[in-house]
Design a protein around this ligand. Structure first.
Ligand SMILES: [Zn+2]
Length: 210
């Protein structure tokens, strides 16, 4: 047999053995790995632990306001106003928890600066339309129809938002209004006063700890 033929035959045999080992290896991996396709999935959004100034009062999983669905990602933080002057954070949390309600936010910030967590941070809230899938939502209480926040609510909102930015590696550029998603006049005062919204961004940026 010519030498070239023998070499070809040898190469073919080596290729055959390599293919066999690859198939056995892949088969073994698929059979033995507890979660063989983990590497192909998008990484899960972590359940972040909240600071002690956040009052954790989760609403029940009861349908539209909290479905118990996991967030796909956290790409932005969305600010809202409750649109119901004079109501407290507790009032709004109770409204979300009502079985008839179809809305919720992760956080409600109250008139006195109290902060309630209503929906776990690895789950979707029902506040920001098609962006519920990849945003954290914050509803803020306000004393009157103008929608302006009290100083206490404003300061608490800045602290909360800066903490979230740090936690998720976001800059203030990723802090948006409901208005920026749908054009809804929410949070009203900060849609009608662009300068106040820019000042809020600057205050958040100043409190971040990158
Ligand atoms: Zn809104």
């Amino acid at each position: 047999m010519p030498e070239a033929d023998m070499r070809n035959r040898l190469l073919l045999r080596i290729a055959g053995i390599a293919l066999f080992l690859a198939i056995v290896g892949l088969g073994g991996y698929l059979l033995l790995s507890p979660d063989p396709f983990a590497a192909l999935r998008r990484p899960e959004v972590p359940a972040v632990e909240v600071p002690d100034w956040v009052d954790v009062q989760l609403i029940p999983v009861d349908g539209a306001s909290r479905r118990g669905e996991k967030l796909d990602a956290v790409n932005d933080i969305v600010i809202h106003y409750v649109g119901n002057p004079g109501t407290s954070a507790k009032n709004n949390r109770s409204y979300f928890a009502n079985p008839d309600s179809e809305v919720s936010a992760h956080f409600v910030v109250g008139l006195e600066g109290e902060v309630i967590l209503c929906v776990p941070l690895d789950e979707k809230s029902s506040a920001s339309n098609w962006r519920n899938r990849d945003t954290i939502s914050i509803e803020v209480c306000h004393p009157d129809e103008t929608g302006a926040f009290t100083d206490a609510a404003y300061d608490a909102l800045v602290r909360l938002t800066a903490w979230l930015c740090d936690e998720y590696g976001l800059t203030a550029r990723h802090v948006i209004r409901h208005y920026d998603i749908t054009g809804k006049l929410c949070p009203l005062y900060y849609v009608e006063h662009e300068d106040a919204w820019e000042a809020f961004h600057a205050d958040v940026e100043a409190q971040r700890n990158p």
